[in-house]
Design a protein around this ligand. Structure first.
Ligand code: CA
Length: 230
């Protein structure tokens, strides 16, 4: 049975979500403040976390940032309030995998949850992928979401790994920004191409010897990007 943690401080929301998710066959645990939520994430194994952003004690973003820093790779879906457009982008950069805006329908949430849970085993099945590959100055394992520069571990967010993986798989080809969005976020997202550009900027800083003169993730003007691996 898949185990989901709900971190949310609105009692009605927690109760409603818990009942519905249990009805759908999930095992559900709950935390009603940020501190407890973070504790539970660190101490238990969940298949997925639904994480409110505005929480007492520790915000959803800080929970996410801390959990990722500690190597927790559990998929996280942020529950954001309407009008938190900037927050969505921020949340994804802090290592969340997805977000859903309140108020949302149960059907929409279930679709997101199922899509997220489906994605995981598929990634693990890619056994013919070499353990570590070199991209610029880093060595990276897409299987285990690990990256090293020399002997130092380099922190990459889940999305950064996914974008790198997508570009790597398509090395040598020109990739449209929209293709990156649909491959990494999915099609029904209001992620802008600007967000993709921001991620690429950050990835260049992490992979390129000279981020201002990229040799690995090249810009293809008016279209998108192309990765060059040797
Ligand atoms: Ca809240």
């Amino acid at each position: 049975m898949k185990k989901i943690l709900i971190v949310e401080d609105e009692l009605n929301m927690v109760t409603g979500l818990k009942d519905n998710l249990e009805f759908e066959g999930f095992e559900v645990d709950t935390a009603m403040n940020g501190r407890l939520g973070l504790e539970k994430i660190m101490q238990n194994r969940y298949d997925l976390v639904l994480l409110d952003v505005m929480l007492p004690e520790i915000s959803g973003f800080d929970i996410c940032k801390t959990a990722r820093k500690e190597g927790i790779k559990t998929p996280i879906i942020h529950l954001t309030a309407r009008g938190e457009e900037i927050d969505k982008v921020l949340g994804l950069e802090f290592g969340a995998d997805d977000y859903i805006t309140k108020p949302f329908s149960l059907r929409e949430l279930l679709a997101r949850i199922k899509a997220m849970l489906r994605r995981l085993p598929a990634e693990k099945e890619e056994n013919n992928e070499p353990e570590f590959i070199n991209i610029g100055k880093i060595r990276i394992s897409f299987k285990n979401y690990l990256a090293f520069e020399g002997t130092d571990e380099m922190k990459l967010s889940h999305k950064e790994f996914e974008i790198l993986r997508f570009l790597y798989k398509n090395s040598g080809k020109t990739i449209h920004r929209d293709d990156i969005i649909s491959a990494v976020w999915g099609i029904d997202y209001d992620i802008t191409t600007r967000t993709v550009d921001n991620f690429v900027l950050k990835l260049r800083h992490k992979t390129e010897a000279d981020p201002n003169n990229p040799r690995i993730i090249l810009t293809v003007h008016g279209i998108g990007y192309k990765m060059i691996t040797s």
